[in-house]
Ligand binder design. Structure first.
Ligand SMILES: Nc1ncnc2c1ncn2[C@@H]1O[C@H](COP(=O)(O)OP(=O)(O)OP(=O)(O)O)[C@@H](O)[C@H]1O
Length: 517
């Protein structure tokens, strides 16, 4: 032990400040030289030998002392005089990097590992006051290129780092921890692992707010991303396939819209049957507008190509009906899960239960979801602000597509057309702004497809031909008229049609035209 001599820092006039001596801290493996460098003394405090972290001013006068007691109460002498972090007076202003530890002994441990040559400071008042201590010394810290936070690897330390990292400007903050099994720099030094202290400092990671990715990490992410596969629409929608870049995709939500009774549900059911035939994926059919029996019968009708629900109710007693029903609804995937799951909620459903139904059906193996239609969902709580509800439903549905890697095909209705113009039922082609409710539908949908048809056209074929228009396709940006679909009244199926504008009434009425228009 060596008593404080003339080289020791002056005390700044407070008679209460203790005088002591420099001595190595054996248990902590801190040398006398390090104690001397940091003005860290041992002194008598109420009859007991105590370690004392001395706080100096920039002109190297001791202004305050923090006493280390066995009960870790850390009484202070002249606490108010402390300006800046512990050790701040030791270093030149600014430089490549400064390490900030949680406590004084850690600062000494890091400093000693770096031969007391490189800037290290510690918090003054522990992890609980980290944000305040750092704010007080922010100007000084910001003179360094890198600020490395080396706090304790415990709950309080992690909480403190979380608070402090947000106070430092972008690109300045680096974070490091003692390796697993060790709490801090002092622990490492005591274990004779000073090399690990250096490793921790060199291995500090730059803090970036969550979500920001750059450089090689981007390339890694791009390369490891599974290739996006599209599942093509039926042949009759060849142009839609081109315009959407290949069909439907997991992680996406498309909205189909039209005026009333124009055939949205019919197209959706055609797609359901198509994807049943052409993909191995299970589908969830949530048709809120009709009883489950209608959904089931319509799918059977599409499968057998017979509108029996309209023309031939006795068909339900035939083996052909039974066969088609079994093919569709007893069919399972290779895990034994049903290829079709129908949700029986005619006329009502709360949006919260919708989300849990989607999660449940996803857990049951469904990857393709059809929701017919959004407006019913919204009408459930009439007092609510419709726009806000739609926005929130769209946000949730869209996030579910990404989170669960599923596809959602959604039907939404149109608002009434502006007065005076042609109605949608008379062939007007909707625009994105005609979607009923909120901007959320157009913003959050990956694709928006409109069906238009002139229900009052003179010729039957024109009347039964729907035009599919792409109002939005985020992936390709291709918009405009896609396919013409002719509804066959006898089979109830959609077949390839032609532009109804190119069809003359005469041509239809002329039975000798060999079916060409
Ligand atoms: N292109 C078409 N031409 C003629 N009739 C059609 C066409 N598409 C569907 N239909 C028939 O028109 C009726 C309404 O069709 P659908 O229920 O598919 O329309 P929607 O747009 O979903 O109706 P809503 O606005 O009531 O939700 C059904 O009987 C259906 O078979």
């Amino acid at each position: 032990m060596e008593s404080i001599d003339d080289e020791a820092p002056r005390t700044a006039g407070s008679s209460a400040l203790l005088r002591g001596s420099y001595t190595a801290l054996g248990k902590r493996r801190i040398t006398e030289e390090t104690c001397r460098f940091w003005s860290y003394i041992q002194a008598d405090y109420y009859g007991n030998p105590r370690q004392i972290a001395q706080y100096l001013s920039d002109d190297r006068a001791v202004v305050a002392q923090k006493i280390r007691t066995p009960d870790k109460e850390f009484p202070w002498i002249n606490h108010k005089a402390v300006k800046g972090l512990y050790g701040q007076w030791l270093w030149r202003d600014g430089g490549k990097q400064v390490v900030v530890t949680e406590g004084e002994i850690d600062a000494l441990s890091v400093s000693q590992t770096q031969q007391n040559k490189w800037p290290v400071v510690s918090l003054v008042n522990g992890a609980g006051n980290a944000a305040k201590d750092i704010t007080n010394s922010l100007d000084w810290l910001l003179k360094f290129e890198k600020i490395i936070l080396f706090f304790d690897n415990d709950e309080a330390g992690r909480k403190a780092v979380n608070e402090v990292k947000k106070l430092l400007p972008p690109g300045k903050c680096w974070i490091t921890w003692a390796p697993e099994g060790y709490k801090d720099a002092s622990d490492l030094l005591q274990a004779g692992m000073s090399a690990k202290i250096s490793d921790a400092i060199w291995g500090a990671k730059q803090y970036r707010p969550e979500g920001i990715v750059s450089g090689s990490k981007i390339i890694e992410r791009l390369k490891s991303r599974p290739k996006v596969t599209s599942f093509a629409y039926p042949e009759i929608m060849a142009l839609l396939n081109f315009m959407t870049g290949g069909g439907i995709r997991f992680g996406e939500l498309d909205t189909w819209t039209s005026g009333s009774g124009m055939g949205k549900t019919t197209i959706i059911k055609t797609l359901q049957h198509h994807y049943f035939e052409t993909t191995p994926f299970n589908q969830a059919l949530i048709h809120l507008e009709e009883p489950l029996e209608d959904t089931g019968d319509d799918l059977i009708a599409i499968r057998v190509g017979k509108r029996f629900t309209v023309d031939d109710p006795d068909f339900k007693d035939t083996p052909e009906y039974q066969k088609a029903a079994e093919e569709l609804f007893l069919s399972t995937d290779d895990q034994g899960a049903p290829r079709f799951q129908l949700y029986d909620a005619f006329g009502s459903m709360e949006d919260d239960s919708l989300y849990s139904v989607i999660r449940y059906l996803h857990a049951m193996g469904c990857r393709i979801f059809w929701l017919d239609h959004l407006s019913i969902l919204v009408s459930e709580a009439p007092g609510d602000d419709e726009r806000k509800r739609i926005d929130s439903i769209m946000h949730k549905l869209k996030s579910l597509t990404v989170e669960l890697d599923i596809y959602i095909g959604l039907i939404s209705h149109l608002r009434k057309p502006p007065g005076g113009g042609k109605s949608f039922e008379n062939g007007a082609v909707p625009t994105l702004d005609d979607l009923r409710g909120s901007g959320g539908i157009k913003q959050l949908s990956n694709g928006v497809f409109a069906i238009s048809r002139d229900q009052q056209a003179d010729s039957d074929i024109a009347k039964n031909t729907s035009t599919v228009s792409v109002l939005k396709c985020r992936k390709t940006g291709r918009t405009g008229t896609a396919d013409f679909l002719l509804f066959e009244d006898t089979t109830g199926r959609l077949v390839k049609g032609v532009d109804p504008k190119s069809i003359s009434t005469d041509a239809f009425d002329n039975e000798d035209n060999n079916g060409e228009y």
